[in-house]
Design a protein around this ligand. Structure first.
Ligand code: FMN
Ligand code: MN
Length: 488
């Protein structure tokens, strides 16, 4: 399902009572954070998206919490529940090929149909350019100051568009931007990310001016917004993913001041360039780790134009101590990418990256164990897959363990592991935001093999006992007699 733009999604949320309009005047500095945080943490009766219509000293309204529940995240990507993404992608890559010829032909047609829509379509006019702000002024946007010790105001839900200076391939990433002044932003693309790679290429090419054009789109079909957060392999266009998810090409329009394209139906577009030779202290920022990320040097984006719709809505989010709405954005990624992980690690049954682990701190994976050393093989495999390289802890459990049930996982791990035999400590790249790692971007990683040990497992272990389980005939008997016992 394709939403034409953000407001079509907002209308759906509102119609289904998943969005509340707030007319009371509020401040963009901290007040919206406190309201949204309470709603996202579930401490209020309603977990809904919030549309603040009256932001003090601002003209544009603010929407927050678009992806704040599993349901809203699923609706945003055109499915009813996030697990449908898993099914959708496995069907698409046809891991279980159909048997019959007719079935195959039909699948082939469906796939082609699905692919046809993935290429973006270039259009000449876009609603996002109805107004060209003159002169461009970031302070005219209701950008939030999220937490009190933040270094400033931050754009938190952007789609940052850039192109590889050598190949011209597009990348879209969700990277926060700090407002330095009316026309400059801090560009927080971390070193492992697509935008940072474009910057490095620009420096390597050695052109007289290595500046790279960048555009920041805010809004558009929520599938477009989310796609920027998806950890796609380099050189795979996030706009293709968005097109595939929505079953319709993304319309892109040329920027007014930079040679780069943006979603035509976005709400707001900030155009500019990054000069790879320039860096500025960015941060601190109350981050999704639950801590302030330390101030550090990041590139600077110089704004050359701001365009927007006549009645633009400014979309944003807050991150902080989990759970926040980005937990659901991460869940969508986890569900969608599971079939890809399974393609390369066929023993993988399921994966959970719980919000408590802030994406990269904990991955729980269940596997079908068939040979000695397989849990270790899965750990190394995951540590070698794209951004999974940043994972600090990997816990491997048997196929029948429900990885989404943290209580069951804790039980299995604690019951089944011996620290001398089952713990693997390695080192490798760590997330920019990992304040605990030995040094920035490098540190230790822990793998725990919590599978039950059989005679095929290497290393010493005792005779593995049976887990307690009642026989099915007695369970059925008690089920059928339950009412007789007089228990609820
Ligand atoms: C709300 C939110 C904020 C994010 N902020 C940043 C950020 O400031 N810097 C960054 O490098 N990644 C950030 N990420 C993660 C990236 O969007 C993610 O790693 C994505 O895969 C990057 O795209 P790329 O692989 O094309 O570089 C954020 C994700 C979310 C959901
Ligand atoms: Mn990318």
């Amino acid at each position: 399902m394709a939403y034409r733009d953000l407001r079509e999604f907002i209308a759906r949320l509102e119609k289904n009572k998943r969005l509340v309009r707030i007319t009371a005047p509020v401040s963009q500095d901290l007040e919206i954070t406190e309201i949204a945080d309470r709603v996202m943490k579930g401490t209020t009766n309603q977990n809904v998206a919030l549309l603040f219509e009256n932001v003090r000293e601002q003209t544009l309204p603010v929407v927050i919490g678009l992806f704040g529940t599993e349901e809203r995240m699923a609706w945003a990507l055109g499915v009813d529940q996030l697990d449908d993404l898993n099914t959708k992608l496995s069907e698409f890559i046809s891991m279980d090929m159909p048997r019959g010829l007719l079935e195959k032909a039909q699948r082939g047609l469906e796939m082609l149909n699905g692919l046809r829509h993935t290429e973006p379509r270039y259009v000449t006019r876009g609603a996002c350019q109805e107004i060209v702000m003159d002169p461009p002024n970031l302070n005219a946007l209701p950008i939030l100051k999220c937490w009190q010790h933040d270094g400033g105001r931050y754009i938190t839900l952007p789609s940052v568009f850039s192109r590889d200076p050598k190949t011209g391939k597009r990348n879209v990433g969700m990277y926060r931007l700090q407002v330095f002044d009316e026309q400059t932003l801090g560009m927080h693309w971390q070193r492992h990310k697509g935008g940072a790679e474009h910057q490095r290429v620009a420096q390597d090419v050695g052109a007289a001016s290595p500046k790279i054009p960048v555009a920041v789109a805010l809004g558009g079909d929520p599938a477009i917004i989310w796609a920027g957060s998806a950890p796609l392999p380099p050189d795979i266009d996030e706009m293709m993913l968005a097109g595939w998810l929505r079953g319709k090409s993304v319309d892109l329009v040329k920027c007014v001041s930079q040679p780069i394209e943006v979603p035509a139906d976005a709400e707001i577009v900030i155009e500019g360039y990054v000069d790879p030779r320039e860096q500025k202290l960015e941060g601190p920022f109350g981050d999704h780790t639950g801590y302030y990320s330390n101030a550090d040097y990041y590139p600077v984006m110089h704004v050359t134009a701001i365009t927007h719709r006549r009645d633009a809505i400014y979309p944003t989010t807050i991150v902080g101590k989990p759970p926040m709405e980005d937990a659901w954005m991460g869940k969508a990624t986890e569900r969608l990418f599971l079939p890809l992980i399974k393609m390369f690690q066929s023993e993988v049954v399921d994966i959970n990256m719980p919000p408590e682990g802030a994406f990269h701190n904990l991955v729980i994976v269940s596997i079908k164990k068939r040979y000695p050393g397989q849990p270790r093989k899965v750990m190394y495999g995951l540590w070698g897959m794209g951004l999974m390289m940043l994972t600090k802890t990997i816990v491997v459990v048997d196929e029948d363990v429900n990885v989404h049930n943290l209580s069951q996982v804790a039980f299995e791990v604690l019951a089944n592991y011996d620290p001398l035999r089952d713990v693997q400590i390695v080192s490798g790249p760590t997330d920019d935001l990992d304040h605990a790692s030995l040094e920035k971007n490098f540190g230790g990683k822990l793998g725990i093999d919590a599978t039950r040990k059989t005679e095929r497992d290497p290393g010493p272990h005792q005779k593995w006992p049976q887990e307690i389980e009642m026989s099915s005939d007695i369970r059925a008997l008690v089920d059928s007699r339950w009412k007789e016992y007089g228990l609820q």
